[in-house]
Design a binder for this molecule. Sequence first.
Ligand SMILES: O=C(O)CCC(=O)C(=O)O
Ligand SMILES: [Fe+2]
Length: 255
Amino acid sequence: MTEFFKQPLEAKKVYSMIPGNLQGYGQHFVVSENQKLDWADLFCLVLRPVDSRDMKFWPSHPPSFRNSIDRYSSEAAKLVSCLLKFLAMDMGVEPESFLEIFRGQPQRMRMTYYPPCRQADKVVGLSPHTDRMGLTLLLQANDVQGLQIRKDGKWVAVNALDGAFIINVGDTLEILSNGRYKSIEHRAMVHPTRDRISAAVFHAVCRDATVGPLPELVKNDGEARYKSMSYMEFVKGFFAAKLGGRGHVESLKNS
Ligand SMILES: O=C(O)CCC(=O)C(=O)O
Ligand SMILES: [Fe+2]
């Protein structure tokens, strides 16, 4: 990953994002020529289901890249199904049927390279957002900190432990859990003299799933705190809303 980003721009541009496809090398949510861009380069890949991989975006350099990402993907998927099982037990729902919602373990990866910026306080590495999917495994690839979460309206720095994953709850999981778990708003800041690299692996529900509070939980809680919709409708709403922060998940709450 680090070696990929270190290459000259021309080598990376071979894998440039194509409009309408969120895979490849490029930048986050470029919606207008006048927009202030995040101080980061992204590289995104669809990893699972395995047959949905588009190998034209998978770099052939460094030579170990494809194999490393493939192994990383299957280990991440194993870890996440374990975590989902624990979450099901914690919520008191049937683990098997909960895992069924994540059938095939749809998985995407976003690698982010944040170059240093001498006026680091004037830029944002990755703008405030929540992760749209279920669970995110986030790894900070070097020892430069930069992740912040919004807690009680204030930005709090997260000091990642070396080599440990940060697990983020995304919008989908907040909704499925009927609000038991909260999708955390977060952003990334940049360092004045050092570069930073992170890798996020996002885990989504399967394409035919319903995004809505689990029926068992609605029964228990006596109310559905969020609207229910098909996963496709949910994704469309996310991109149409362009709300940023917790905007989209808040808009899906039942008042
Ligand atoms: O770089 C980070 O620490 C955050 C990355 C992130 O939030 C994301 O890729 O969604
Ligand atoms: Fe994120």
